[in-house]
Design a protein around this ligand. Structure first.
Ligand code: NIG
Ligand code: FE
Length: 408
């Protein structure tokens, strides 16, 4: 027996997914979508869809008259599991203290590490579930969450266990990434710590069997290209797909490394060169831009136009973490438009289909094409343009995941 979970009908604009060019969206006016057994079964004009799938027969019928219906947002880069409060660093940064200065003084990531090591599993789980609630209310239906505030085997495993439990307990789909190489722990030598990640942490993560990706902060003063390569190659042997934090604060070659090791994504990319962009496109690595981080640091932004012109499937993410405390993909889309000069359609594709590519999801996620997961949003606005246009406002009204109503 199949189950008609939901029919959403009468949408002023229904966004099916990217158009052929990848730089526009395919839309249906007076559109509808039917979800059967958690999956999109039909999408198109309301009269056609509702003829085959009458709203009266659905577990949930939603009249979307005057409102836009979009695929759920996919957020492919967050450090959403943490403890403690770093709001005072926000104020310090506004007075001119740099992110690196804060880290060098034992603040930043290292401060969050101390707070996470001291937190028990129940506290960490409750923190993450709270953030997932906020993300869901802002339209995120799939989110990647990294470990990396443990920097020892025990705490990294605790973080990954919590990420897994949150995925089980919450309607947002949570994708787990191991990031033992997020920072060099206080008082440790970087090479020595890399060996700990490779010889102690990775085997433990592999036997616990919960992480899907392995990420590394390849950055001047953090992990060199050689150290990053060592971690990512060992991660791949342990079954984890590589991801790279590349060229955020300086240009050191993380993008070329991402291309070389066949990473799923390279992220940040503020200092990526034309040759880097070509290498990513050639290797099929998805660039993930994080304008919220640049916004908070008062830094320059990645050159989104150069990536788009090269034909790269530009993705955008929140980078939600204590240094960039924004849960909202919509806000990242607004910055993508206003600061990086992307069109609202490019920004929407970046935060949906391309973001799904950055997580290796080939199940149609980030679109409402037939066969895709029934993850969708009804806006309190008539078109997708209102997501970036109404910056600072949450225009997401209703959220369904797998065809079930989870937020309104
Ligand atoms: O992507 N760059 C490294 N990781 C995060 C920051 C994490 C933190 O400051 O706690 C980022 O911006
Ligand atoms: Fe990050």
């Amino acid at each position: 027996m199949t189950d008609l979970d939901a029919v959403v009908h009468g949408a002023s604009e229904l966004v099916v997914g990217p158009a052929e060019s990848g730089r526009d969206v395919e839309t249906v006016a007076d559109g509808a979508v039917a979800v059967v057994d958690g999956t999109v079964a039909a999408v198109g004009p309301t009269d056609e869809v509702t003829r085959e799938y009458p709203p009266a027969n659905a577990d949930r019928a939603v009249d979307a008259a005057g409102r836009a219906v979009l695929p759920g947002f996919v957020d492919p880069h967050t450090h959403g599991l943490f403890a403690g409060d770093r709001s005072d660093e926000f104020a310090a940064k506004l007075r001119g203290t740099s992110y690196q200065d804060i880290l060098a003084e034992g603040g930043g990531i290292l401060r969050t590490v101390r707070a996470v090591r001291a937190a028990d599993e129940a506290t960490l789980l409750s923190n993450l579930l709270g953030h997932l609630d906020t993300m869901l209310a802002h339209g995120t239906t799939t989110v990647e969450v990294k470990s990396g505030y443990g920097l020892d085997a025990e705490t990294e495993l605790r973080m990954l266990r919590v990420i897994d439990r949150a995925d089980e307990a919450h309607p947002v789909d949570v994708v787990p990434t191991f990031m033992g190489a997020h920072a060099v722990p206080e008082g440790r030598d970087a090479d020595d710590y890399v060996e700990e990640v490779v010889q102690e942490q990775l085997p433990a993560v592999e036997s616990q069997g919960v992480a899907e990706f392995c990420d590394v902060f390849c950055e001047e003063g953090v992990f060199s290209v050689a150290q990053s390569r060592r971690v990512l190659e060992a991660g791949a042997k342990a079954g984890l797909t590589p991801k790279v934090h590349a060229e955020e604060l300086a240009h050191i070659g993380g993008t070329q490394l991402a291309a070389e090791v066949g990473a799923t994504s390279a992220d940040h990319l503020l200092h990526a060169t034309e040759a880097d962009i070509d290498a990513l496109v050639e290797a099929g690595v998805t660039p993930v831009l994080l304008p919220g981080t640049a916004f908070g640091l008062g830094a320059e932004y990645a050159d989104a136009q150069a990536f788009l012109d090269a034909g790269a499937p530009v993705a955008v993410a929140t980078d939600f973490n204590p240094n960039c405390h924004s849960h909202s993909v919509g806000f990242a889309m607004a910055l993508s438009c206003v600061v990086m000069r992307m069109t609202p359609a490019e920004a929407l594709v970046a935060g949906t289909r391309n973001a799904a590519l950055a997580l290796d999801r080939a199940d149609g996620r980030g679109t409402l094409c037939e066969g895709a997961p029934g993850d969708l949003l009804v806006l309190d606005a008539p078109t997708h343009v209102h997501v970036p246009y109404q910056y600072g406002t949450n225009v997401v009204d209703t959220v369904l995941t797998d065809g079930r109503l989870v937020a309104e």
